[in-house]
Design a protein around this ligand. Structure first.
Ligand code: ADP
Ligand code: MG
Length: 488
């Protein structure tokens, strides 16, 4: 199992995070973000920005890439993890990271804790990690392939997971208590127990079997099908009661293939009990048994989560963007597609949403906040430390059955906590940054810094480079502004 190396969090300055965030924003419409665009978005001097970019690449938070048509940087998994962890720790949701306790199909799970040493599970979604075997088996899949970025898919998965977990927890379903989410990371209650797949013996298989079947029916009565209801996503406690986890693939009972997915969930449990506990029952629920009590599917689809996803979707994939980038884009896993369809099928009237105007994405808010703190022009290295995550080896003792690995992250020392004004939490937060501000910033950067730098080169007789760069810059800034309409 991998380790989440959060040591670097201590050493990164505000400018490092500013540049990381700028790359993240650039990736909304560029697979590889040119350095000039990063400097413009971050409002940093090119020289300073390049130095930071090189440092971030050295620590593998960014990767430098060069294709026939573009050269620049892209965010790595680690870079994205850092951004999410920093936000979650500045919101004081978590303050330490412990061992990795699970590797899911498309996620990494860690034990984390807050300042009061309360422990939680942190799930980092990694949707780019779609297994090749899965892809090959689904011939149909290739017909519908879409160009989707892993950043976007992982973020959507986290948002969906949080939305479902919250709705289910509010209605007292046996699911972990959701704590918070940011980007691709979800923080939730750490369930004490063993995944059903690891359980060899139970006292009363019939009772557990019927509890699980009842849960499938109860979900369906609320308009929902889990879609992956199996021994890997059920945690059994000491009293043999189950907690259901893993929700990004959940769907509505109104889904075109709902009955098929419902039966698959039921069959997974039937088969598992037969093989593992030699228990077979003639009783099992069918799709016809569903009696609608409540429409959680519609409620979630009408929530701010869905709205945010739709807006993001439009922003992330403007028509014709990056078509000629020549870079490899990730394919849309079937599950994610299913999820998106679920939301888009339930199109909502804008009146259904409490907030008017544009929802400001969190990273835009963070960037703006950093600017507000005056950190953009004079790069005062390490002037303000980022909230740190500390070692938490004690975390792992209680949950030692998850992993025997050594604890991660020896982050020692004491630092003052940065109080982030930015934390725009969860749903429906509304704020705007006037587009003029963004334009002004970029223009200012161009006129002052780039012009003088390019002038110098011109004097050295590099006229063609100047023209080329100017053209590229104009193009970049234009597309960045197009994409950055969400700023205001
Ligand atoms: P994936 O979507 O990648 O399958 P899961 O949410 O199923 O990820 O988590 C993978 C594994 O991590 C689970 O099988 C379980 O062992 C562990 N796990 C996940 N969430 C929790 C939690 N809240 N408490 C305890 N263990 C968890
Ligand atoms: Mg799972």
């Amino acid at each position: 199992m991998g380790k989440l190396n959060v040591v670097m969090l201590r050493y990164l300055s505000r400018e490092h995070f500013r540049v990381l965030t700028a790359v993240e924003m650039g990736m909304k419409n560029h697979e590889i973000v040119p350095a000039s665009l990063i400097a413009s978005i971050a409002s940093l001097k090119h020289g300073g920005c390049n130095k930071i970019l090189r440092e971030l690449a050295k620590h593998k938070l960014l990767a430098y890439e060069r294709t026939k048509t573009v050269q620049g940087y892209r965010l790595t998994n680690a870079g994205y993890d850092y951004l999410a962890l920093k936000t979650l720790s500045s919101r004081q949701v978590i303050s330490s990271v412990g061992n990795q306790m699970g590797v899911g199909k498309e996620s990494d799970i860690y034990i984390v804790a807050n300042e009061e040493e309360q422990q939680f599970a942190l799930k980092l979604h990694r949707l780019g990690r779609t297994s090749f075997r899965n892809l090959k088996n689904k011939r149909d899949y290739h017909k519908h392939r879409h160009k989707m970025s892993w950043l976007y898919l992982s973020r959507i998965a986290a948002m969906k997971e949080f939305a479902y977990m919250k709705a289910l927890h509010d209605r007292e379903f046996p699911v972990p208590k959701p704590i918070d989410y940011n980007r691709h990371a979800v923080v939730m209650e750490l369930v004490d127990g063993y995944p059903l797949c690891q359980v060899r013996q139970i006292e009363d298989p019939a009772a557990v079997y019927s509890e699980l079947m009842d849960l499938i029916v109860k979900l369906a009565n609320h308009g929902l099908i889990h879609g992956d209801f199996n021994e890997f996503n059920l945690i059994l406690d000491n009293n043999d009661h189950a907690t259901l986890i893993d929700f990004p693939q959940m769907m509505s009972t109104s889904h075109a293939n709902a009955e098929w997915y419902f039966n698959r969930d039921v069959n997974c449990i039937k088969e598992f009990f037969k093989k593992r506990f030699y228990y077979e029952s003639e009783l099992f629920p069918t799709f016809k048994d569903i009696r609608r009590e409540c429409s959680l599917d519609k409620e979630i689809a009408a929530s701010g989560y869905a709205k945010e996803m739709q807006e993001d979707g439009e922003l992330l994939y403007p028509m014709g963007s990056d078509e000629d980038d020549n870079t490899e884009m990730l394919e849309l896993p079937e599950d994610a597609e299913k999820g998106l369809n679920f939301f888009s099928r339930n199109e909502q009237n804008s009146e259904d949403f409490p907030c008017e105007g544009k929802i400001l994405t969190e990273n835009a808010a963070e960037l703006e906040d950093q600017a507000g703190q005056g950190g953009c022009h004079e790069a005062k290295e390490n002037e303000e430390e980022c909230p740190e995550l500390v070692n938490s080896s004690a975390l792992n003792e209680e949950f030692s059955h998850y992993s025997n690995e050594e604890c991660i992250v020896p982050i020692a020392g004491h630092r003052t906590r940065t109080k982030s004004i930015t934390s725009i939490r969860s749903v429906g937060s509304c704020s705007t940054i006037p587009p003029e501000l963004v334009k002004q910033k970029i223009k200012r950067q161009l006129t002052k810094q780039q012009k003088s730098a390019l002038k110098q080169r011109l004097q050295k007789g590099e006229a063609n480079i100047y023209t080329k760069q100017r053209r590229e810059n104009m193009h970049n800034i234009k597309s960045s502004l197009d994409a950055a309409n969400f700023w205001g």
